[in-house]
Design a protein around this ligand. Structure first.
Ligand SMILES: *Cc1c(COP(=O)(O)O)cnc(C)c1O
Length: 388
């Protein structure tokens, strides 16, 4: 690259992208001709349901969908989101002021710090975590303050440990349950504690909930907004990506505090021009059938989970399509990932890729068929023993 082309400081402040090395390893493995079983991908392998696709065909043929959408989303889409929240979570939302359409929830997560964080302000981010919370904080000029998610604390942050000096300058708190990568689920009591904490310290809560419907056995993952007082202190991000296998479609939503959503919209109106209306119309259809689709998905993932967990003798998670497994003795997360690839032809994600508190773990994604997962178990069992 030319020496005159220099990135902005904020780009240099982003942590190194560890997955680039994993991508390289994957390419090398593929070239060598091995039969690679890729359990590193956090993206459903199950296709989008046909009814949703047909709705898109119809919608895209209607010229009314071809023009600029409204910034906050079609009213009919926002009503469908509110309807889903009422039906599934018993949360009553005003579709006009308490729902905003997003171009995937990642878009909203990435933009929210720009609406609320001044240079030097802190944002509380979990670790290990989806990297966007930390990176969007940095891009917006804020300071991430890491909250370790430890196994002995059921992968919940210990809010009482955050210093008062930090809290005085904290604007936002990111949370995500059911959690990627640990698959932990938070109970209502935890969210109640979060609401009190947010009120006491004037912090805006951003709860990221894309796995709310990928739950097993009798698990129920609450919405943050089910808690009394939650909508005064924060918002929830959700999306059709994982619920209805629509990651490529880029449609999500933020719900909750109208004041916070207004701040998000002030940013968005200057950056994007909303989600394609044909996709929003398909999204309305998806929300109508989302409970059926999600329970079918959960049935599929739970079978895969059972095969992998029984085979490797790992405790089964009760939500998400991930398995967060401590690495066998003698390895760290990266060296174990390399060993699994070279000895077994299996690719997983090293925990360190989700932050320093992810060290000592790897993430298996249940995004391959039962047959492939059975094959993976056979290969791994011959080489490694997992500790509990
Ligand atoms: C997949 C995922 C998202 C992104 O969802 P989109 O709606 O597709 O942008 C957000 N948060 C977490 C934790 C995820 O795993």
């Amino acid at each position: 690259m030319s020496e005159r082309i220099i990135y902005a400081d904020r780009i240099n402040q982003l942590p190194p992208y560890l997955f680039a090395r994993i991508d390289e390893m994957k390419e090398e493995a593929k070239k060598s001709g091995i039969d690679l079983i890729d359990l590193s991908i956090g993206d459903p392998d199950i296709p989008t349901p046909q009814t949703i696709i047909e709705e898109l065909y119809d919608a895209v043929k209607d010229p009314k969908t071809h023009r600029y959408p409204t910034y906050d989303g079609m009213l009919s889409f926002r009503e469908a989101v509110a309807g889903w929240y009422k039906r599934i979570k018993d949360v009553k939302l005003d579709p006009v002021n308490e729902v905003v359409a997003l171009i995937g929830s990642k878009e909203g997560i990435a933009h929210i710090p720009f609406g609320f964080v001044n240079p030097g302000d802190y944002v509380l981010v979990p670790d290990p975590a989806y990297p966007v919370y930390l990176n969007s904080t940095i891009l917006a000029g804020g300071k991430p303050h890491v909250m370790p998610l430890l196994r002995e604390n059921d992968f919940l942050p210990d809010l009482s440990r955050i210093e008062t000096e930090i809290l005085k300058k904290t604007k936002l708190l990111f949370l995500n349950y059911p959690n990627n990568p640990t698959s932990a689920v938070a109970k209502r009591e935890f969210f109640e504690e979060v609401v009190d904490f947010a009120k006491e310290h004037d912090i805006i809560v951003c709860h990221d909930n894309p796995y709310s419907e990928i739950v097993f056995d009798d698990t129920r993952a609450p919405s943050f907004l089910e808690i009394d007082g939650a909508r005064e202190v924060g918002i929830e991000f959700n999306s059709l990506s994982k619920t209805c296998n629509m990651t490529g479609w880029r449609i999500g939503y933020a719900v909750g505090s109208s004041k916070v959503l207004e701040g998000l919209l002030k940013v968005k109106t200057n950056i994007d021009s909303g989600a394609f209306e044909a996709i929003q119309r398909a999204g309305i259809k998806a929300l109508e059938i989302a409970d059926k689709v999600a329970s079918e998905n959960s049935r599929i993932y739970s079978k895969r989970r059972d095969v992998l967990c029984r085979g490797l003798e790992i405790d089964p998670p009760s939500a998400t399509f991930y398995l967060w497994a401590p690495v066998p003795d003698g390895y760290d997360s990266f060296s174990f990932t390399e060993a699994l690839l070279s000895k077994c032809g299996i690719l997983v994600t090293p925990g360190i890729g989700f932050g320093k508190y992810g060290e000592g773990f790897v993430r298996f994604a249940l995004t391959e068929s039962v047959q492939r997962i059975e094959e993976a178990v056979e290969r791994v069992k011959k080489e490694f023993i997992f500790k509990q």
